[in-house]
Design a protein around this ligand. Structure first.
Ligand SMILES: C[S@@+](CC[C@H](N)C(=O)[O-])C[C@H]1O[C@@H](n2cnc3c(N)ncnc32)[C@H](O)[C@@H]1O
Length: 535
């Protein structure tokens, strides 16, 4: 039987109650007489608290700040709770120390209360950032909320909450087929194991894990897609009985046990867009046993300079509109420069012919098993290439691949140019000022990416042509070009006609299935491409 647990701390969802008898002693008031109260633990919008609700008005409730409170056993059925924090309810004095004597009916109840107290104290410490608002209310924010703008997160999870977008990913057969193959070929990594599916979406990867014999899969999904996943799993009962859908962010939910293996599809454009890799790494630190496996295990960003006159002219021409001096009698030219730069600040997303690359590619590796979440906030990649041909370099072409480092089979999922196209396509950063190179000349530079709170990156690209020929050993720079781009605002060029027909000219191995495509072939393609460049 499948279950759905709503675990989203910060909302009124987790509660536990005990009926007890209490009396209160505080610095400002004498001991109160014994009275019956409902002791209720909760993590709410107001923070983590223990509320003693007596028969009277809710405003007479006694609220205890679980981050600072301590509980001592006075006897088998009697305990005292010391609260040394500031008042949570604003009517109370701002700073105090008070004791609440609690009497239980039976010893078992006392034990259960102590256990719950410890559990909720741990929860309180974990979910509360420690910030206290002016009105004395605890501000509980998760790591996700701390770094991501609420409006961005809202749009993001709204997008993934729709079946049409999940379908788009499911219909990327290169993507989904490679995940399936990686799981099936490495069933030994899943049989009898506890699995966490990080950002489960429709639940497809959880179902794959259950198919190959996972003991239990916890499928964590923050968007409304969790409900659809529950329905999909209910419709596949033989697998669904080993899957638990948990609606919430991986940064916030609690799981009943640690995982042997994480499975996830956290890759965005250029691998890092959407900043979901950070959630994958947080999930690793929160849920994975030491030495547990991660599918995928490693990701690589590949980069190579390219030459594409058609693309350059197309982008530059977009700004021509602003060259008009008489647009209904208005001179638009003062804005031409800004419009021109604006178009070049958009990374171009499309599938291009690998023969446009003018040097063998280099790559930057991110090991998901060891990278620290903070290391993904800023990524700096030094660039160094040797041009294979003399040409105009229009910018940097980028793509990524990920490795499933299974115990039985190592499988790569690649988004390389020339390999079967995925829904990620490839990405090109186009320089507004191209640079000229000769065959054998060194191209240096830097790709600097800084994460922003709209779940993406600002990119700064610099490319330089180094001195070449006589005197080159002195290492001077002949020409430099830079541009700043926002990975969040790409130019999706897929609907545009491609300027070249290349399918029938590809090497035979490119026409073969994804099985044949690995990082070795990607390198080979990149090496070949420069030599056969046609402009
Ligand atoms: C790229 S989709 C992959 C969906 C599914 N695993 C698949 O392979 O078809 C990523 C999913 O992760 C979810 N997600 C992203 N960040 C998350 C987070 N911090 N916590 C939980 N789910 C998250 C998104 O809502 C989305 O459904």
């Amino acid at each position: 039987m499948e279950t759905i647990m709503e675990v989203h701390l910060g909302q009124k969802q987790k509660q536990q109650e005990f009926t007890v008898s209490i009396s209160q002693l505080s610095a400002s008031s004498p001991t109160t007489p014994c009275s019956l109260a409902l002791a209720r633990f909760s993590i709410e919008g107001q923070g983590a608290q223990l509320r003693f609700h007596q028969d009277s008005e809710p405003r007479d409730d006694i609220l205890v700040d679980l981050r600072t409170a301590q509980l001592f056993k006075l006897g088998p059925v009697e305990s005292t709770c010391i609260d040394e924090g500031s008042a949570i309810n604003k009517e109370e004095e701002k700073s105090y120390s008070r004791g609440i004597t609690i009497r239980f009916k039976v010893e078992d109840e006392s034990r259960a209360f102590h256990r719950a107290f410890e559990h909720w104290k741990t929860e309180a410490a974990r979910v509360c950032s420690g910030g206290r608002l002016e009105n004395g209310i605890l501000a509980c924010k998760s790591k996700f909320d701390d770094k991501i703008e609420a409006s961005s997160a809202k749009m993001y999870f709204h997008y993934y909450g729709q079946l049409l977008h999940q379908q788009n990913m499911l219909q990327d057969y290169v993507r989904t087929g490679t995940y399936y193959a990686a799981v099936v070929e490495n069933r030994a990594d899943f049989i009898g194991r506890v699995v966490v599916d990080v950002g489960a979406g429709s639940g497809i990867l959880s179902l794959f894990a259950a198919q190959v014999g996972a003991k239990h899969v916890y499928a964590v999904e923050a968007s409304e897609m969790a409900e659809y996943a529950r329905r999909l799993i209910a419709g596949n009962p033989s697998l669904g009985q080993r899957i638990t859908i948990i609606k919430g962010k991986v940064e916030e939910v609690e799981l009943p046990e640690k995982a042997d293996i994480l499975i996830s599809e956290p890759m965005g454009t250029l691998l890092v867009n959407e900043r979901m890799l950070e959630s994958y790494v947080i999930a690793r630190d929160r849920f994975l046993h030491p030495n547990g496996k991660m599918f995928p295990t490693v990701g690589r960003i590949h980069m190579a300079p390219f030459s594409d006159e058609y693309l350059y002219v197309e982008i530059a021409n977009k700004a021509l509109f602003w060259q008009q001096q008489n647009y209904y009698g208005v001179d638009l030219t003062p804005l031409h420069g800004s419009a021109f730069q604006g178009y070049f600040s958009q990374p171009v997303v499309d599938a291009f012919d690998p023969r446009l690359l003018v040097a063998p590619a280099i790559f930057h590796t991110i090991d998901f098993t060891s990278v620290k979440e903070e290391e993904l906030y800023e990524i700096e990649i030094p660039l160094s290439f040797i041009a294979s041909v003399g040409t105009r370099v229009h910018g940097l072409a980028c793509w990524f691949d990920v490795l499933f480092n299974g115990s039985s089979v190592q499988r790569w999922l690649t988004t390389a140019p020339g390999a079967p196209t995925t829904h990620w396509y490839q990405l090109r950063c186009v320089l507004s000022q191209p640079i000229y190179v000769m065959a054998g000349q060194e191209i240096t530079g830097k790709l600097h990416m800084v994460a922003h709170n709209a779940q993406s990156y600002t990119m700064q690209l610099t490319m330089s042509a180094k001195m070449w020929g006589v005197g080159a050993e002195q290492g001077g720079i002949l020409q430099t070009s830079s541009c700043k781009l926002d990975l969040k605002e790409p130019y999706y060029r897929m609907s545009q006609p491609q300027a070249y027909a290349w399918a029938d000219q590809q090497p035979q191995q490119l026409m073969q299935s994804q099985d044949a495509v690995g990082p070795g072939l990607v390198q080979q393609l990149s090496q070949n491409s420069g030599a056969s460049l046609t402009q």
